[in-house]
Write a protein that binds this ligand. Structure first.
Ligand SMILES: NC(=O)c1ccc[n+]([C@@H]2O[C@H](COP(=O)([O-])OP(=O)(O)OC[C@H]3O[C@@H](n4cnc5c(N)ncnc54)[C@H](O)[C@@H]3O)[C@@H](O)[C@H]2O)c1
Length: 448
């Protein structure tokens, strides 16, 4: 279902009219293409006070942008606020960004680098937590398709001092067109030691070369987009969907040069069948399959409750456990599950769905650190907001319009936006990204 309002505001009379009426002004978002893989302009690198990490400039240079300390019209601004440890130090954040924020090019990126709030120093914790409120507010006011995020780099407990090196894959994602629909997010990196499940990227254009990726629910929608982006990044893809969707699944798999695996993920032998389809193991496992069976709790029969928990949560828990135990997910592997903002904010008629998606959040936060320690595998989740798919096209018009506009970018996302986030988690050098839930929601007002 096309977003006609976005087209209307893209015309001069439409823009005039909607501005006069005080209506939202969504800016068209620029996504990644082979021809335009980078943002269009330089990256302004600023520091608030003294930095607490080394190597920031070096890491920023891997973004493909020209890094500078002065720019008239930057496409991106990175503010290193890792050293801000007092309330007074927050003045440096204002002093750095206030003069330049207006000069950011449309569709630009602001990334604030912070550190993890300390449990032992409440002044540092207050100052670092303040950055979260700052970033989320700036995301709401910046407009013109620009986004704002906070990346926390752990500075404590790292022998030899903290380095920004672990933030490389995250900064490349956030400072590129791939993160077009991600805003107002806080990403907390772990202090994973190099070598603990990380691999250097041999070919930056195809970072998943040599890895097998299995995507569930891949016949259509977000899953098909995930399969496509992982194939673009060099992975051998196995696309799984229910036998009833076999034709659509085979069409998608053929288009991508992927292998089709018709299989209901709730089948008792699902993990064995997946392992058999991937004799060399899996480097990436994406749990994307999901269903809704909406009813208010008072009207919800047990079977509607059970089927949603079974597909969206229980089969994810079961197959993850079995595939990890069997060693099918290889060292350095990536597990990415699919939550939803409904699992964060809740939604009328979706007690079953929201419970299943909140369960996914519990799963990744708990399993992430242990899977890294025991198997060298990371576990993360995407939490999509309003994404333009068959699922949301079926939503009644007024609710659909509200869902589309109730976010800082005033529009719905596309399946590829979720897929790009999955691909970032899947990067071989995303080892420090673990136990995270990334909302791909244009900074939705729901559950914000
Ligand atoms: N579209 C959105 O706005 C949105 C928002 C938040 C979260 N999500 C989540 O993203 C994921 C994909 O959503 P979508 O919009 O692409 O949905 P979709 O309905 O278009 O696609 C889901 C796919 O999963 C498959 N599937 C369902 N049950 C299965 C099973 N038992 N075994 C194997 N495959 C199965 C379906 O056949 C289908 O191809 C889901 O987990 C959904 O909950 C979507």
């Amino acid at each position: 279902m096309a977003d006609r309002y976005l087209h209307l505001t893209g015309t001069a009379p439409g823009r005039f009219l909607t501005r006069r009426l005080g209506l939202p002004q969504p800016a068209p978002l620029r996504r990644w293409t082979l021809e335009t893989p980078h943002l269009d302009g330089p990256l302004l690198h600023l520091t608030a006070g003294a930095s607490a990490v080394t190597g920031v400039a070096e890491v920023l240079r891997t973004s493909g942008l020209t890094v500078t300390e002065r720019a008239d019209r930057p496409a991106a601004i990175v503010l290193d606020a890792t050293g801000v440890a007092t309330a007074a130090g927050l003045g440096d954040v204002h002093a750095a960004l206030h003069p330049v924020v207006r000069s950011l090019a449309p569709g630009g990126r602001i990334v604030v680098l912070g550190t993890v709030p300390s449990p032992d120093d409440h002044h540092q914790a207050a100052a670092q937590q303040a950055l979260e409120g700052f970033v989320r507010s700036l995301g709401k006011e910046i407009g013109r398709g620009s986004t704002v995020q906070l990346v926390r780099i752990p500075v404590a407990r790292i022998p030899g001092g903290a380095s920004a090196h672990a933030a490389g894959s995250t900064l490349r994602f956030l400072l590129s067109p791939r993160s077009a629909y991600v805003s107002g997010q806080v990403i907390e990196l772990t202090s994973a030691a190099p070598g603990s499940g990380s691999d250097p990227v041999a070919d930056p254009a195809a970072p998943l070369t040599g890895r097998t990726a299995l995507v569930t629910g891949a016949a259509r929608g977000i899953g098909a987009a995930v399969a496509s982006v992982l194939a673009r990044d060099g992975a051998r893809v196995i696309a799984l969907d229910v036998p009833g969707a076999r034709e659509e699944l085979e069409r998608t798999a053929d288009r991508l040069g992927a292998t089709a695996l018709p299989l209901d993920i709730t089948a008792p032998d699902a993990a064995d069948r997946i392992a058999a389809a991937a004799p060399d193991g899996l480097g990436v496992l994406v749990h994307n399959a999901g269903i809704t069976r909406d009813r208010r709790l008072a009207n919800m029969p047990a079977d509607r409750w059970a089927s949603v928990i079974e597909v969206n949560l229980d089969s994810v828990l079961r197959t993850t456990d079995e595939l990890l135990k069997a060693g099918t997910i290889t060292r350095g592997g990536r597990i990415v599950a699919t939550a939803s903002i409904a699992g964060i904010a809740g939604n009328t008629g979706q007690t079953n769905y929201a419970a299943s998606k909140a369960g996914i959040i519990g799963l990744v936060r708990s399993l992430g650190p242990r899977a890294a320690a025991d198997h060298g595998v990371t576990v993360n989740a995407v939490a999509p907001g309003f994404i333009e798919t068959k699922m949301t096209a079926a939503v009644p018009l007024f609710i659909r319009e509200a869902g589309r506009r109730m976010n800082s970018l005033s529009q719905g996302g596309l399946p590829v936006d979720v897929a790009e986030a999955v691909a970032w988690f899947a990067q071989p050098d995303s080892t420090a990204v673990n136990g995270q839930v990334l909302r791909v929601c244009g900074q939705s007002l729901l559950g914000a």
